[in-house]
Design a protein around this ligand. Structure first.
Ligand SMILES: [Zn+2]
Length: 212
C-alpha cells in the first residue's frame, strides 16, 4: 500500500554498508548492490534522522578467507564466538573498497558508525559484534536521542541488514526493513531464512513506496 506509513521525529533510517566493495566491481559484490543507491538517496531525504554504517576491517581480519590457510571464501569456520563465514578480503580500512559509493548522497547523515574494526571478531550487526555481546554503542546513541523506530536498508539483506534488524528488536526498538532498498548474497538459502526470522521477531518488511 503506497504511502501509508507516516514518519515521526522518532524514526531513523540506517543505511547499512553502502560501500564500493559490496557493489559490482568490488571485492565482495552483492548482486545488484549498486541498484539500491537511488532508493536510499530518496529515503534519506524523507527521514528526520539518518545513520550510515561502514564495514571497516584491518588487514588480515579474521573474516577473510586469506587469513586461514587452506580455506576459501564462503566456507564457515568455528571462531571462538561461534560459526563465522569466510569472505574475500573486503572493506579494508583506508582503501577505496571501504569508501561509500560515490553516488550515495546522505548529506544529513548524523552518524557514521564503523564496525568490524577488531581483527579477531567480525560484526554483521550495527548493534553487536558477532559474539552477540560486544556492543557497538549504537543502541545507547539511539536511546539517548529518543529514536525508537529503526528503518533498515542496504547491504546485504541476509547478513548485515538481517542481524541489525534482529538486534534492533532485541534492544527494544521497533524495526522495519525496506526490502526493495536492500540486496542479498543468498548463501545456502539465507534470503528465505532471513524473511522467516524477521517475521518471527516482529520486524516489518516493507517496500520504499509504503513510506509517505
Ligand atoms: Zn566485513
Amino acid at each position: 500500500m503506497a504511502g501509508t506509513l507516516s514518519l515521526t521525529a522518532h524514526d531513523v533510517l540506517i543505511a547499512v554498508d553502502v560501500q564500493n566493495d559490496f557493489c559490482p566491481g568490488g571485492r565482495l559484490a552483492v548482486p545488484g548492490g549498486d541498484e539500491i543507491v537511488p532508493a536510499i538517496n530518496r529515503l534519506a531525504e524523507k527521514f528526520p534522522h539518518v545513520v550510515l554504517t561502514q564495514d571497516w576491517h584491518p588487514p588480515a581480519h579474521l573474516s577473510f578467507a586469506s587469513s586461514h590457510p587452506g580455506r576459501k571464501p564462503f566456507e564457515t569456520i568455528a571462531a571462538p564466538y561461534g560459526p563465522q563465514e569466510l569472505w574475500p578480503d573486503h572493506c579494508v580500512q583506508n582503501t577505496p573498497g571501504a569508501e561509500f559509493r560515490r553516488d550515495l548522497l546522505a548529506p544529513r547523515a548524523e552518524l557514521i558508525l564503523r564496525k568490524g574494526y577488531r581483527r579477531e571478531i567480525d560484526s554483521y550487526s550495527a548493534f553487536y559484534e558477532n559474539d552477540h555481546t560486544t556492543p557497538t554503542g549504537l543502541a545507547g546513541y539511539l536511546k539517548e536521542r529518543g529514536l525508537t523506530r529503526v528503518f533498515l536498508a542496504g547491504l546485504a539483506f541476509d547478513f548485515c541488514v538481517r542481524f541489525s534488524a534482529e538486534d534492533a528488536r532485541r534492544c527494544g526498538f521497533a524495526a522495519v526493513v525496506i526490502a526493495d532498498a536492500c540486496r542479498g548474497i543468498d548463501l545456502d538459502g539465507s534470503v528465505a531464512a532471513t524473511r522467516r526470522r524477521l517475521a518471527e521477531l516482529g520486524a516489518a518488511v516493507i517496500d520504499a513506496d509504503a513510506i509517505a
